[in-house]
Design a protein around this ligand. Structure first.
Ligand code: SF4
Ligand code: SF4
Length: 222
């Protein structure tokens, strides 16, 4: 899922300066799961903004709504009335959601209320970790399902750097050495022989550097 964090209330107040009627719009998918932008968070942010406005003597009306997905026009449609009633939208969706709304409502101010962080998973209660950098050419099959691009600090594809200490990465002492994990995993599934191959340099042309990427499925186009 996409993992995000809420911006601070003072930051949001600064972003919203000059607006009188604002819709705080939540997203019911990834950012709900990571406790950053779902219905509950919309309620918390809306109350905090009202309180901050009152304390500063600012005239600010806040409306709340949460839709199932902000990155999909079918669901954005459900917020059309509320978007129309307000002069700005503070989106608690990920960066894709914010931009989907901004593209659809070209004359409406749309702001990000979250800082979108990464693609990751809930590791344990209250802890999310990055697992995928969306490199565009997945190599997980070669590494026992553990991503060296995202989880090895040096993005090594042909074995460890040799700097780990007690299974910890030398560059990130708070992380386990990804290559130790890869070795353990390949051993567990009987695929250690995969490590005998020399892996050619990765094709980085599919990575995001150099502009935004697009997927076109001709079989789905009309
Ligand atoms: S190899 Fe690329 S696509 Fe696969 S998990 Fe790692 S970053 Fe993501
Ligand atoms: S210690 Fe392990 S995870 Fe860290 S950079 Fe070296 S090989 Fe990669």
């Amino acid at each position: 899922m996409i993992v995000a964090e809420r911006k601070s209330i003072p930051e949001m107040m600064e972003i919203l300066a000059g607006h009188k009627n604002v819709l705080v719009l939540g997203c019911g998918t990834c950012v709900t799961v990571c406790l950053a932008g779902g219905e509950r968070e919309v309620g918390i942010v809306a109350s905090a903004l009202r309180m901050a406005a009152r304390l500063r003597g600012v005239d600010l009306n806040i409306e709340e709504q949460t839709i199932e997905r902000q990155c999909d026009n079918v669901f954005i449609e459900k917020a059309a009335d509320a978007i129309g009633r307000n002069d700005a939208v503070l989106s608690l969706g990920c960066g894709a959601g914010v931009q989907a709304i901004a593209e659809r409502y070209a004359n409406k101010a749309v702001y990000a209320g979250l800082d979108t962080q990464f693609i990751g998973i809930l590791e344990e209660r209250g802890v999310w970790t990055e697992k995928c950098s969306a490199c565009g050419a997945c190599v997980l099959a070669d590494y026992g399902g553990i991503c060296p691009i995202t989880r090895c600090a040096k993005r090594l594809l042909n074995g460890p750097c040799g700097g780990s200490t007690e299974l910890r990465c030398e560059a990130r002492a708070d992380c386990q050495c990804a290559w130790q994990l890869i070795y353990n995993r390949l051993k567990a599934i009987g695929q250690l022989d995969r490590l005998n191959r020399i892996v050619a340099p990765k094709n980085w042309s599919a990575h995001r550097d150099g502009g935004c990427r697009t997927i076109i499925r001709e079989d789905h186009r009309i």
